[in-house]
Design a protein around this ligand. Structure first.
Ligand code: TXA
Ligand code: MG
Length: 301
């Protein structure tokens, strides 16, 4: 079943049932080397899926859950290897969305869920986006538009080392501020993958997507343009969309995937240009998604 979370829609199955989990991989056409995040609705479930979580990990969870933070911890034997792609660790989060939490409680089990899209494509932030990419999914719980709009921050915790695996709304500065001195932080930058979500190309629309260059005054015909603030006198284009009128990064994140979907769905548009945001705060996560979304197109030019 597809369901809303505060970040993006997920495609969920009983995390403890390998047959159910296998259907997620099939429907998404997702390679089995890419592990799933396990969603829980209570702190008690953390000890069901993680193997003796450390005090630091528990503190981190208590501080930010429910919320858009996934914590990677040693897994318990209850979690099938398919969920974690054979890794000895499991990514866990408690979503900040009442529908998601009610679903997990009603199911009576933790729910493994990747984003409810085809592997590598745009992430879904409303029920229509899910239906577009996964027409065969049996049920979609429609919870309207996701409030955060980009996937959770992922960190792994090992002793006092907290490693950022995927940037999101919660930054390592936020963690350090909330739990001063508890962790030393690392950023996972190397390409030898612990986190296949760190593939270079991901989140890609079906139409070519490029960054808007500073000096671009004219775009080719049938171009769509996505910008993040008013008053920059953008080049003329077929369709202009604003994620925000004032570079408000919360608004940009919330509207990023919707504006890309709108361009992808518009028959007048053949290619999409998108402006950048400063790589600070939430801008790091936004530029992470944009860089991966353009990767396969930029590298062909
Ligand atoms: O916001 C989100 O996290 C959404 C909603 C549905 O909760 N889910 C999501 O799932 O983004 P997905 O499958 O698109 O991304 C899962 C990523 C993997 O690609 C991998 O990078 C990371 O989570 N991951 C999961 N388990 C991991 C593990 N044991 N070690 C390292 N990375 C892991
Ligand atoms: Mg995804």
């Amino acid at each position: 079943m597809a369901f809303p979370t505060e970040t993006v829609y997920g495609l969920g199955a009983d995390a403890l049932n390998p047959l159910a989990v296998a259907k997620i991989f099939a429907l998404k056409e997702r390679p089995t080397f890419d592990p799933l995040i396990v969603h829980i609705a209570s702190f008690a479930d953390m000890t069901l899926v993680a193997d003796r979580p450390s005090k630091r990990a528990l503190k981190l969870a208590e501080q930010f859950w429910p919320g858009p933070l996934t914590i990677v911890l040693p897994k318990s034997s209850a979690v099938p290897d398919l969920v974690t792609s054979g890794l000895p660790t499991v990514g866990i989060r408690m979503p900040d969305n009442e529908i998601a939490l009610s679903l997990i409680r009603a199911a009576g089990c933790p729910i493994a869920a990747p984003s409810a899209n085809k592997f590598g494509n745009l992430s879904p932030v409303c029920a229509v986006h899910v239906r577009k990419q996964l027409p065969d999914v049996d049920y979609i719980l429609d919870g309207g538009q996701c409030s955060v709009g980009i996937e959770s921050t992922i960190v792994s915790v090992n002793g006092d080392i907290c490693t950022l695996l995927r940037p999101g709304k919660i930054s390592i500065e936020d963690i350090d501020r909330a739990l001063p001195g508890m962790f030393q932080f690392r950023i996972h930058s190397d390409d030898s993958i612990v986190a296949p979500g760190s593939l270079k190309s991901h989140y890609a629309p079906t139409k070519p997507l490029y960054l808007l260059g500073n000096k671009m005054r004219h775009l080719p015909s049938r171009s769509g343009l996505i910008v993040h603030r008013l008053g920059t006198d953008p080049p003329s284009c077929e369709k202009l969309l604003y994620t925000s009128h004032r570079n408000d990064l919360l608004e940009v994140a919330a509207n990023l995937f919707s504006s890309l979907h709108a361009m992808e769905d518009d028959g007048r548009i053949d290619r999409i240009f998108i402006d950048t945001v400063p790589r600070a705060g939430l801008g790091v996560a936004i530029m992470d998604r944009i860089s991966k979304a353009i990767y396969k197109y930029e590298s062909n030019t």
